[in-house]
Every structure is written in C-alpha cells, then in structure tokens.
Design a binder for this molecule. Structure first.
Ligand code: SAH
Length: 393
C-alpha cells in the first residue's frame, strides 16, 4: 500500500479527527497511487495518522480510519452494522410503520464518500468518491450481511456523483436483485420511489421529521407545497386534515410523481391538485390570502461557496413573495439545503425578506436534518439542511 507523507505541521486537522486531507498538505508519496487506492497517511515525522481513499482533487484523501487497520470485509461490515444500530436506536429502522431511511450518511457515519438509502427491501447506494466506487462490490457484500433477509436489492447509482474527470465509465444498475416493486413506507404513508429516474436516490429522505411537524400544523388549513417533487409534504398535509393542498413544481415529471403518491394514499381525494409551474411565477400570480400554510423547499441555490451571494439573494426573493401573499395568521415552512449557506446566513436572508414585506413574523421552530443524517462532530461541513417555521401575523 502507498504511504503518503504530509508536509510538516499539516497533521493538525487529522489530530482533531477531521476526515479529509487536502492536496496542498501532501509532501510526497513513496510510490504513486491510482485514483481510488487506499493510502496510509504519515506525519512529517513518519508516524501513522490515518488510512483512507486517495483521488485527484482538492480533497485528496477521505479518511476511513485513524487506526492502522485493514480495510477489509470485516471493516465494512463493522461500520455498516454500527450505522444500522444507530438507525434502530432512533427508531427509523426495524419499525413496521417506517422502512424509508438513510443507513449511511458519508462522514456522519465515518464512511466519507458513501451514501446508502433504504427503501423497504431495496438499498440505493451512491459513491461520491473514487475509492467508494472501487470498493462497491465489497460494500454491497457487507451491506447484504448486515441487513440480512430484509434486503433483496442493491441499486448502485453513481453516474452523476463521481468525479467526471476520473473517467470511470460508470453505469447505474443493480448489484443485487432487480425488483421493480418500489413502494416504501415513511411514517405509515406510502410512496413510489423512482430510484432509476428520480433525483438523488429517488426520494428526499431528509425531510421526514419536518414533514411530520407539518402534518401537525395542517388541520383545516389551505396548503401550498412549493417545490413539491414527489409530494412528501403534500401527503402528510392531507393526512393532517388540510382543507386543500396544492403542489407545485416546475418539472412535469414531479407533478406526475406527486399525483401518483397522493393516489397511493388518498385515492380520488378532491382536496389535492398539482401544477407544473415556475415557483416565482406562481407566487407572483397567485391571489393574496389564498393559502395559510406555505412550504418552500427549493433545490440548493448555492452548490459552491462562490455562488453564495446570489444564493442568499435568491432565498430572500423567494421568501418575500411568500410573506407578501400568505394569509394573516399563516404558517411558513421555509428551507435551504445548500451546504454552502450557514444557518445564520439563511436566517438573515429570511429576516431580510420579512423586513421587506413589512409583516410581523415570529420564529416557531428551527429545523435541521434528521438523526439518520448525522453530523460527525469533527466534520461540521456535514450540516446542510436548515429550516424555519414562521408565524406570519
Ligand atoms: N420538497 C421536496 C424536495 C424538493 S427538491 C420533497 O420533500 O421531496 C426541489 C424541487 O424543486 C425539484 O423537484 C425541482 O424540480 C423543483 N424546482 C427547481 N426549480 C424550480 C422552480 N424555479 N420552480 C418550481 N420548482 C422548481
């Protein structure tokens, strides 16, 4: 295995268990590794400090362990078994009314570069690093061992998450099974999950707890679910007793998905309607006072730090429209899933929007990603989802 020696003093963040080595911290390799290879990381003094996957790019090594241990079948199995224990502990796994959850959240589960979402009997596995791609068959084997009979399919979906330049010729496909049955249960509600054509692994698992909260606010309200995608919030609002629910997404495919999911749970329910429309246009053209509960869950406006300023303006512009139109005494659920936008920056963007609209606004809840998307305390960058629930007087 290749040994990588760090520049003098560049071991500091590893001593604090931060799981990345940046390319600028590398002094030399004892021999040149291939992308995706395991490398042992040594301090300038020649002491072992970490082992991880190497690839070309600014994040050069993603650390798998701070112990000098083999990265073998047993290693993958132990890490995934721990991840499963966590999910059982928080009640999302081994729960008859919920079989939709994130089993592995990269750095949050000490497996940087690996995401695994569970949908009933199917695991959708996503590699964000070349090393995890190279290890995919070993990981799939360990996953099957850990999950046992409860797992029939593993769909590998990394075509768009792997670095393009690594030129891996990657294709999506099943590593185990091949079932077409794709209905999964979240908090007793059923959803079709399109892991083949859908965004990400097919569903936004990270909004589960926030959808539950929304359900509690829905009774008797007129709900607008903006950026609805598969309609998670809409279905919860219907169960919560909403008077009407309108789902909006610019994608016609999303509108099909939300209609299918409403039909799966509340077939023929006249309270629901979905529209394929641009969010900004819809909010501008809709009548004031039409809705007293609005959800804004847009895609990440800033994928990178350099897009930050525009992203913050985007959040302000979007939220102003909702503040201007929401009925008196309305509730706004507003989110940002941009990792580059901090909680404080998002709150400031929403504050600016509230001030521009002149409405009196109270913060009722401050929301974040759920416990099956844990944040490694040594890797605060793992925190990405934030939301506010606001009372608009
Ligand atoms: N709230 C969803 C996830 C939203 S993902 C859930 O709980 O599952 C973001 C969605 O925003 C995508 O479906 C995308 O099609 C949609 N979108 C992106 N830009 C948009 C725009 N300008 N207007 C309306 N929808 C948009």
């Amino acid at each position: 295995m290749t040994n990588l020696t760090l520049e003098r003093g560049k071991d500091e963040s590893l001593r604090r268990f931060h799981p990345w080595v940046f390319s600028g911290a590398i002094h030399h390799f004892d021999h040149q590794p291939e992308e995706g290879d395991l490398v042992r990381v040594l301090t300038a003094e020649g002491d072992f400090i970490a082992i991880g996957h190497w690839q070309i790019g600014s994040i050069a090594v993603r650390v798998l362990s701070f112990q000098d241990e083999p990265i073998d079948d047993d290693f993958w199995q132990r890490r995934l078994a721990t991840a499963l224990d966590v999910r059982k502990g928080i009640g999302v796994a081994g729960n008859p009314s919920n079989d939709t959850y994130r089993l592995c959240h990269g750095e949050g589960d000490n497996l940087p570069g690996l995401v695994v979402d569970i949908y009933g009997q199917t695991a959708v596995m996503q590699a964000h690093s070349v090393g995890m791609h190279v290890a995919r068959f070993d990981i799939a084997k360990a996953l099957k061992r850990v999950m046992g009979d409860g797992l029939a399919n593993i769909y590998y979906k990394s075509e768009t998450t792997l670095p393009f330049k690594a030129d891996l010729g990657q294709e999506n496909g099943f590593l185990l099974g091949g079932d077409a049955d794709n209905v999964a249960i979240e908090n007793g509600l059923r959803f079709h999950i399109d892991w083949i054509r859908g965004q990400k692994t097919g569903f936004f698992v990270d909004q589960r707890d926030n959808r539950s909260l929304l359900e509690r606010y829905s009774k008797g309200r007129s709900v607008l679910n903006m950026f609805c995608y598969t309609g998670g919030f809409s279905v919860y609002a219907l169960r919560g007793g909403a008077r009407l629910v309108h789902s909006v997404d610019s994608s016609a495919k999303a509108v099909e998905l939300v209609n299918a999911n409403v039909a799966l749970n509340f077939a023929g329910d006249p309270r629901h309607e979905a529209f394929a429309e641009d969010a900004f246009k819809y909010l501008q053209q809709m009548d004031a006072d039409k809705y007293d509960l609005i959800i804004l869950d847009p895609p990440a406006f800033a994928k990178h730090k350099d897009a930050l300023r525009n992203a913050l303006k985007g959040y302000t512009r979007l939220n102003v429209r909702a503040f201007e139109k929401i009925r008196k005494g309305g509730i706004l659920f507003t989110f940002s899933c941009s990792q580059a936008v901090s909680k404080d920056q998002f709150r400031m963007a929403v504050f600016t929007a509230a001030a521009q609209s002149g409405r009196s606004v109270r913060i009722l809840h401050q929301l974040h990603q759920p416990a099956d998307h844990p944040v490694n305390i040594y890797h605060p960058e793992g925190e990405y989802l934030k939301g506010l629930v606001l009372y608009v007087e």
